[in-house]
Design a protein around this ligand. Sequence first.
Ligand code: NAD
Ligand code: LMR
Length: 325
Amino acid sequence: MKAPVDIVVTGAAGQISYSLLFRLAAGELLGADQPIVLRLLEITPALPALRGVVMELNDCAYPLLHKIVVTDQPRIAFAGVDYAFLVGAKPRNQGMLRSDLLQQNAEIFAVQGKALNEVANRNVKVLVTGNPANTNALIAIKNAPDLAPDCFAAMTMLDHTRAVSLLAGKCGVSTTDIKNVTVWGNHSCTQYPDLHHARVKGAEALSLVENDWFVNEFIPTVQYRGAEIIKARGQSSAASAANAAIAHMRTIVHGTADGDWVSMAVASDGSYGIAEGLVFSFPVTVAAGRINIVKGLDINDFSLQRLRNNETELQEEREAIRYLL
Ligand code: NAD
Ligand code: LMR
């Protein structure tokens, strides 16, 4: 039997975690022969509820679930972890923007960045899901100076899978027929889901759909999907967010498929003129655990304007929490 791998999930009593934990314990991230230790972090008042979740995890008798650690101490939660799902943060309610959460949630990622810096595995892979995810990831990066910035990413995989699903539905094909969709920028309603390089069964996506559908239906549907779900459910997306978190980490573990890419928000290296260091969603490939921004794509004026709008928004968010960097 292999040695167990340590995975931490923060906000472990919350609604996303209620989907995520059971899938991790079933082996969906690392496979059917890899035991795991689940390290679960919560705030103190949520520990009783978390104990109920732990009872349920135990009741499943998962063969791969070697051990569960429950704590309200980040340094205990993050000790020696290889994979970190930073989910724990307030969600927005109807009528709010994700950026309205910035002041409430920012401090969490400063504290957790410091703790990861002190005790996590030096090759830890961190996924920030808590909103506003891009700027929270930036805060974590800046508070973890001994970890490489490329250990961190913020989650735009849910926007990516939303875009893939919408295009597949429009074209009447399977989602597996869709390649090279990109979500650029911020996980906010400014995000830019882009079909200029996307392919449907090998054909250019924009030759198959009307421009009016792309501009006036596809883009806003992806941008506002989170808000629509809150309106319908009274709570933000949870199972689909957990699915995206697993898809993101699985991509880190297994790499991207040949000829395809996914969207991840990572520290900009200046690609496409985006200010260095901003956590910005790019098209990326992954090989041997390394995330590589896809370079050299043609960006027309329509797209460039949208990339710039995202850059400006992220710079404004960064200014609002500069005291934590
Ligand atoms: P939730 O309120 O159901 O759960 C959040 C949990 O985090 C709670 O149990 C809370 O006690 C815990 N928590 C709060 N502060 C913490 C801290 N300092 N340390 C550890 N745990 C802490 O919320 P949810 O629906 O699970 O959503 C969590 C976050 O994910 C929200 O910010 C939400 O907006 C965001 N989200 C992001 C995406 C995305 O695509 N990036 C998708 C869905 C939701
Ligand atoms: C989403 O995109 O579903 C999440 O970011 C939750 C939200 O607040 O919209």
